[in-house]
Write a protein that binds this ligand. Structure first.
Ligand code: GUN
Length: 173
């Protein structure tokens, strides 16, 4: 899809197509639509990220809380978004053994208890071994630093999702 096509979308189509660039936050795509026309992928991305950066910490934490745990309950229940399923499956997280899944569940729970939001990592850019390692490492970080690290991962995920959409590879529904 080229940028002219993006710029020609009405509100409903734009939110349908870009509503999950930031996981379960279609409001962000709804706000970004008002900023059109976009000059290209980077410009479009800039508007998504500027919205996130302009939020107070409570709103930024809200974005993180819209993410499912990696290899968590939603995956087991088949309740992931198409994009998250593709990313988790690409990272090998849909085929963990029972012991690995349990270890991740414990780390995810410790992370949530410490920071109040789920652990977010651009899983597609890392292998399945990196997930528990990164989780254990980030559990030790001070909260303000961890909020910044988690939002940086949200942006990496969004960048990959946008690039897929513009390259014509939407997540299968
Ligand atoms: N990394 C890529 N997709 C996701 C997701 O849906 N949830 C979390 N926690 N991390 C991700």
């Amino acid at each position: 899809m080229d940028i002219e096509k993006v710029n020609s979308m009405d509100f409903g189509e734009f939110v349908d197509v870009f509503g999950n660039v930031i996981e379960r936050c279609p409001l962000i795509a709804a706000a970004v639509w008002s900023q059109r026309p976009f000059s290209g992928l980077e410009d479009l991305e800039k508007h998504f990220f500027a919205f996130i950066d302009a939020l107070p910490p409570s709103g930024q934490e809200g974005i993180l809380r819209c993410h499912p745990d990696l290899a968590g309950r939603e995956l087991l229940r088949g309740a992931l978004t198409a994009e998250s399923l593709r990313e988790q499956s690409g990272a090998g997280l849909t085929s963990l053994g029972a012991a690995e899944r349990l270890r991740l569940a414990e780390l995810n729970a410790q992370y949530r208890a410490r920071f109040g939001f789920p652990f977010v990592l651009a899983a597609r850019l890392r292998g399945r071994e990196a997930v528990p390692r990164e989780l254990a490492r980030r559990l030790q970080c001070p909260p303000a630093q961890e909020l910044r690290a988690a939002l940086a991962e949200v942006k990496k995920i969004g960048r990959l999702r946008l690039a897929d959409l513009l390259a014509g590879h939407p997540a299968p529904r």
